[in-house]
Design a protein around this ligand. Structure first.
Ligand code: GUN
Length: 293
């Protein structure tokens, strides 16, 4: 059996189109333009790529995009002052501080300084608590994108056994909350989990979010299961014609062997990644609509 590919790239394009239509209506009917501010501290190359992509896509759906690029040595006080300014700026509806931050900055303190209503990442402790208690909140973008793909593929997820591999605050924990909210029986597995292959083999839905290249082989997957691969890992792929090193992107799941066993699977690239930014735009629109009634 060859698994159905869940096309995150195409799905993300439809989400962006819907967001763009809403943004155009907001402008035409109410004169309001949703605004997203992205704050990048330092020069982490991967973060720079993500931030550029977020800014470009924000503009493409007709929103205002503001980027604040701060020096790696920026003090906590200066960063908090910028967040305070953005919290009070009525033209900004979403604020995202790109993680990870340089070591001298306290991530929890910085994230919790963002107005929860503008916390389009859903990382503020208030939004985490609201999600955990099933109340209306800002939902973290990557897990939200995964949930949308799962709902689109299955319709109802009620009663399904789901395993989330990885317990990060950004993906693993909120993903588990969302699956629980959709009435799945949820297991969170992590580096200390005993008999991980057996745990994964029981699942109808596997969400892999560990950040280890191709660590989940097809032999761990229950036949017919749906696999959502959140990993984006760069690995060596030999040499280019000019002798320089070549790399390629792979997920946390061994795609080739998993395809033989799974019922459906998200590829890397082109699966979860594009959905994350599409959901960021959707969250910014939601934040804008909530303040403007
Ligand atoms: N770094 C990696 N993923 C994310 C994300 O979803 N949001 C932010 N702010 N930083 C990240």
């Amino acid at each position: 059996m060859t698994a159905t590919r869940i096309d995150g790239k195409a799905f993300a394009a439809t989400v962006r189109e819907k967001v763009a239509v809403h943004v155009a209506n907001l402008k035409a009917e109410h004169g309001i333009t949703p605004g997203l501010a992205v704050v990048l501290v330092g020069e982490d190359p991967a973060s720079q790529v993500y931030v550029r992509s977020k800014g470009k896509q924000t503009q493409e759906v007709g929103m205002k995009s503001v980027e604040h690029k701060l020096d790696a040595a920026t003090s906590e006080a200066d960063l908090l002052a910028l967040i305070d300014k953005l919290n009070r700026d009525e033209t900004i509806h979403g604020i995202l501080v790109q993680l990870p931050l340089p070591k001298h900055l306290n991530e929890d303190l910085v994230i919790n300084a963002i107005d929860p209503a503008k916390d389009v990442d859903g990382f503020h402790i208030s939004n985490v608590g609201l999600l955990g208690t099933g109340q209306k909140s800002m939902v973290p973008c990557t897990p939200l994108g995964c949930l949308m793909m799962l709902r689109d593929h299955h319709g109802s997820l009620s009663g399904m056994d789901a395993v989330v591999i990885g317990r990060s605050n950004i993906v693993g924990k909120p993903m588990a909350q969302l699956l629980l909210g959709d009435s799945c029986t949820v297991t969170i597995a992590h580096s200390r989990t005993k008999d991980l292959p057996d745990v994964v083999r029981r699942a109808d839905i596997v969400v892999a979010a560990v950040g280890r290249a191709e660590m989940v082989p097809g032999s761990w997957i229950k036949p017919g299961a749906t696999v959502i691969d959140v990993g984006i890992n760069r690995v060596d792929a030999g040499l280019k014609d000019d002798g320089s090193p070549k790399t390629r992107l792979v997920g946390d799941v061994d795609f080739a062997s998993a395809c033989e066993i799974a019922g459906a699977i998200t590829p890397v690239p082109g699966g979860v990644g594009p959905m994350t930014i599409a959901c960021l735009l959707a969250n910014t629109l939601t934040a804008c609509c909530r303040v403007n009634g």
